[in-house]
Ligand binder design. Structure first.
Ligand SMILES: [Zn+2]
Length: 175
């Protein structure tokens, strides 16, 4: 074998570790720890790591100047759709518990939430932000209906308030 050939390619996913977030590394390590055919696992891990590194680089280089929407708890990666760039984001969550749920008082209790009202949205590279409410519910009794209604009204007010504050967004490419 010769060592004169230089290849600018990672051989394992760990060669890309400096370009990954702590969350991505934890996810890949968890996948790597699962017992299965190591050859396929390693190939899959490298493929995922390359994709994550590419997304991270795009986020940083092309869109590092874009602030997150004010209500965003989490954002996805920037993606190109035709000639438009956008990213998904996740805002305020409203969980409606049953009357008996003890999850607020005891960390060991699994929440029996009967409804969930989440504000989610898309941010576009020209500064436009659009939001909607993602609603899930199950087994609603009368009190559950009232809690879900209150959560929906609260979410509607939040949407109005955020939209009014963003009617004239600052131009993202000003400076
Ligand atoms: Zn609960």
């Amino acid at each position: 074998m010769t060592d004169t050939t230089y290849e600018d390619t990672a051989l394992t996913w760990r060669d890309l570790i400096d370009e990954l977030t702590a969350e991505q590394i934890a996810e890949l390590e968890e996948f790597e720890a699962q017992p299965s055919d190591s050859c396929f696992v390693q190939a899959g891990l490298l493929k995922d790591a390359r994709q994550y590194a590419a997304w991270n680089a795009t986020d940083r280089v092309l869109f590092g100047h874009m602030p997150k929407p004010t209500d965003a708890k989490d954002t996805g990666h920037w993606r190109q759709d035709g000639e438009h760039w956008h990213r998904l984001f996740w805002g305020t969550e409203r969980v409606c518990h049953s009357a008996e749920c003890e999850c607020d008082h005891d960390d060991d209790v699994v929440c029996d939430g009967v409804g969930k009202v989440d504000v989610v949205g898309q941010q576009f590279s020209d500064g436009l932000i659009s939001r909607h409410v993602d609603l899930r519910s199950r087994d609603l009794d009368a009190p559950g209906c009232r809690r879900l209604t209150a959560a929906l009204l609260s979410a509607a007010e939040e949407l109005d308030r955020l939209h009014a504050a963003e009617v004239q967004p600052e131009l993202p490419f000003g400076a």
